[in-house]
Design a protein around this ligand. Sequence first.
Ligand SMILES: O=C(O)CCC(=O)C(=O)O
Length: 265
Amino acid sequence: MLHSLLTQEHVDAYQKDGVVLIKGLLKDYVEPLRRGIETNMAEPGTYAAENLKAGDTGRFFDDYCNWNRIAEFEDAIRYSPMAEVAADLMQSNSVQVFHDHVLVKEPGTSKATPWHQDEPYYFVEGQQNVSFWAPLDPVKDASLRCVAGSHRWEKPVLPTRWLSEEDFYAGEDIYMPVPDPDAEGMRILEWEMEPGDAVAFNYKTLHGARGNQASSRRRAFSLRLLGDDARYVERAGPTSPPYPGHGMKAGEKLREDWFPTIFTK
Ligand SMILES: O=C(O)CCC(=O)C(=O)O
């Protein structure tokens, strides 16, 4: 039996396109998550970043790996339907936490989120994974944009640094250059969303977002989850998130004390 928020169409679309909209996934967690984001912005963590260059307007803040210290994030991770819905979408018996991510674009933010896949930045690989991207404000133009089917591309897309636009792993040729999905006529899926709706997308799905030209904030909470087949993998350089001192070796499941299993079928 699928979770009541899902139909078989959601699961099929997730498997086929690598992205699907789940209405109301976090509808009961909007206010708490907004409070969590305020705490996060007032007390940024080690990885917090301001993503604007000189001449850009607005503010684009992001931070990750804070769920251990921000109770509202941990509550949503442990008690919202995300874990159970993730198991269904990934077709996995278990669901492990990888990390949380907060992305805030204040009104009038010119900077777009560059097109990228998440997996090339990560030290984990597998087919069974899902990220939920949930806006905590209504979004239209500043919504997440995902290229349908890109999770099945053979070559990964070159990871770059968002601010400097430099290659993340300089000199590596296993990657394809970052495409321009609008110019290349790719099928881009994006939705107008209400607070608490969520886009579910695969770590390999190419995605990005426009700046926020609206007069309202665009706060988003995102959660990265892993399924049965997720394994630690070595990369050619530093990963994002880095998790210094993790001590894991290639082929291992991620350590449970840092990446707990939050749901089992
Ligand atoms: O919120 C955004 O602008 C982009 C989100 C994103 O890239 C992600 O959640 O991986």
